[in-house]
Ligand binder design. Structure first.
Ligand SMILES: Nc1ncnc2c1ncn2[C@@H]1O[C@H](COP(=O)(O)OP(=O)(O)O)[C@@H](O)[C@H]1O
Ligand SMILES: [Mg+2]
Length: 254
């Protein structure tokens, strides 16, 4: 049974960095010594196995699934359940079944955190999630451009409607600092994260710079020590840990 603090990473649209954020946040929480699960629920574009360069599939034991371990994180993905890169047509009830399987039929063990990479938008998967995991919290990812924010806001409004706590907004691809420089270039505009956070009555918990994937690496989008994004993700993990504890304390007092 899925347990621990469950955090869904969402956004209104694709390509803003949800999967990259989910993977690197999960790894950073594990580096803090937490027991972490990472669940890829992006059925249309599952990318977690690719980002982590996973080739093995989960095994089963007595009808239960044993998640794949990577970088100290327990991983499950829709990608494990399909052959090759065949496109799949998922129907609503099938989706619900899979979300339910991941929640109930995986041997997660004792967890501190479960990070969920959601498909873009506010579709079936989001609804199933609200149904099966009503206690999950949300992190909303946006780019700094105000129009991106407009789309991300719909995901946030959904969270508010279903009474999910929002942990905060992550502004990804916030700025770029060229090598050997300290000047920030705001390539995708400015202000999107702040605007979204204001609209959703929350805060911006990270502004992540643009950093090219590491060439020649088997896992170019996993940020290792020495990269600027590694430091940002470590800070983000600490912030998430601190915020979850604060919110749970506040909830306990109500
Ligand atoms: N901060 C960043 N700097 C540079 N490239 C990034 C950054 N965040 C994400 N990307 C790249 O953007 C693309 C989309 O990211 P992804 O995590 O797959 O988005 P999503 O899951 O929202 O569709 C990927 O190629 C990823 O490597
Ligand atoms: Mg994705």
């Amino acid at each position: 049974m899925l347990n621990g603090e469950i955090i869904a990473v969402t956004s209104g649209k694709g390509g803003v960095g949800k999967s990259t954020v989910s993977v690197n946040l999960a790894l950073s929480l594990a580096r803090l010594g937490k027991n972490v699960a990472l669940i890829d629920l992006d059925i249309y574009g599952f990318s977690v196995p690719k980002i982590l360069n996973l080739t093995s599939k989960p095994k089963t034991m007595n009808g239960k699934i044993i998640p794949v371990e990577s970088h100290g994180v327990k991983v499950m993905s829709m990608g494990f359940l399909v052959k090759g890169n065949d496109p799949i047509v998922w129907r609503g009830p099938m989706l619900g079944k899979i979300v339910e399987n991941f929640v109930k039929d995986v041997l997660w063990g004792e967890l501190d955190y479960a990070i969920l990479d959601l498909p873009p938008g506010t579709g079936d998967v989001a609804l199933d999630l609200h149904h099966f995991i009503p206690q999950s919290k949300e992190i909303i990812v946006t780019t700094p451009h105000p129009t991106a924010t407009h789309v991300a806001e719909r995901a946030g409004t959904m969270a508010l409607k279903t009474k999910h706590d929002i942990l905060g907004v992550i502004e990804n691809m916030s700025y770029f600092i060229p090598p050997a420089s300290e000047e920030k270039f705001f390539l995708f505009g400015k202000g999107g994260g702040d605007q979204l956070a204001t609209d959703l009555h929350t805060e911006v918990i990270a502004r992540l710079p643009i950093e090219p994937p590491r060439e020649g690496s088997a896992t170019p989008s996993v940020f290792e020590q020495g990269s600027e994004l590694y430091n940002h993700y470590m800070k983000l993990a600490e912030k998430v840990d601190q915020l979850s504890k604060q919110q749970n304390l506040a909830d306990a007092k109500l």
